[in-house]
Structures are given as C-alpha cells and as structure tokens.
Write a protein that binds this ligand. Sequence first.
Ligand SMILES: Cc1cc2nc3c(=O)[nH]c(=O)nc-3n(C[C@H](O)[C@H](O)[C@H](O)COP(=O)(O)O)c2cc1C
Length: 183
Amino acid sequence: MNVLLGVTGSIAAYKAAELARLFVRNGDDVKVVMTAAACEFVRPLLFRTLTRNEVAVDEFAAPAQWKPGHVALAEWAGVAVVAPVTANTIAKMVRGIADNLLSGVLLATRAPVVVAPAMNDGMWENPATRENIAILERRGVAIAGPGEGFLACGSSGRGRMAEPQTVFEAVLAAAAAAGGAAK
Ligand SMILES: Cc1cc2nc3c(=O)[nH]c(=O)nc-3n(C[C@H](O)[C@H](O)[C@H](O)COP(=O)(O)O)c2cc1C
C-alpha cells in the first residue's frame, strides 16, 4: 500500500516515527510530508531513514518529475494519514486551504484520509475544533483518537494523540472500507 504520512507541528510528532515503522514493517511504501512547524519538533532525516524515501516539506522545491509535488503525491497515495494533526491543519482541511505542501496534497487526493488529532484540551474542546471535527467526519475522514490523560502542555484532559498502533489499525480499516482500492 502507498501510505502518505503527514506530520504537523505538535509535540506528538515523535509518535509519527513509530507509526512510520509500523507501516514499513507491514510492507507498505511510506512517503512523509512534513509541515514547517513539524520540522521544529523532529527532522526530516528521521523519516527519510525510517521510510527510505525522501521527505517532502517545501511545495516549491524542484519536483523529481514535471508534475507539481502536491499533485504527484496526491495521486500516488493509496491512503493518507496525518498523525499528529494540529488544530490548525484540521481547520485548513475543513476550509480547503492549500497554503503548504501537506494541505495541498490533502485537498488534491482522492485517497481515504485518516487524521490523529493531538492538541491541548482547550484547543480540542473549542467549538471551532468541535465543529471542524464534525465536518470532517461527515465528509468521511476517519478520526483516530485523541485519548485522555496527561498532556505535554502540563494539563490533563482529552487531546493526547492516539497510540501509533491504534492509528495504524485505523488506517488499515479506512483502506479496507475504501474497497481495497488502496494502491
Ligand atoms: C511546543 C509547542 C507545542 C505545540 N503542540 C501543538 C499540538 O499538540 N497541537 C496543535 O494543534 N498545535 C500545537 N502547537 C501549535 C502549532 O505548532 C501551530 O499552530 C502551528 O502553526 C501548526 O502548523 P501546522 O498545522 O502547519 O503544522 C504547538 C506549538 C508549540 C510551540
């Protein structure tokens, strides 16, 4: 399966490394797209080494082929998963904003999409996020987690990114539900 793994700017970005390993061990081809904020937490080198594929960050980097990177990756993906996904990227998905490589790929892809939210409990409970999540669910985006517990910001509540194994299983389920159409 071609797995497009999006990583956004959250402390939970470290969990995406374990998720990438689960896919690689499963025999999947994994390509990682990071936002600029994600690169503040973990470096592309981590994912490049784990997945043995180049990591994409810059929308305007010269593409390996003539097609714009966001379109090539969107078409390549059999399934797309964003883990962790920030409140910001969730809001962009809802509005169809495509102002970086990852949001452009998410807008262009026809593959099933899974997101694993990670954020402060106040952000998760904010009516804006509540409505955004409901809209994504209605559109068929699978939401994995978040869980409850100790949050990196120091508070305790709902907002912890689901464990990598849980997200992995949600992605397999989304791909199967898409009729095994996943490449
Ligand atoms: C230390 C730190 C931790 C953060 N953790 C989160 C988080 O878990 N969830 C979230 O939605 N935003 C978090 N943010 C804020 C995002 O990084 C910020 O909204 C950023 O613009 C998100 O960009 P992106 O969605 O393009 O990755 C954090 C910021 C900092 C400085």
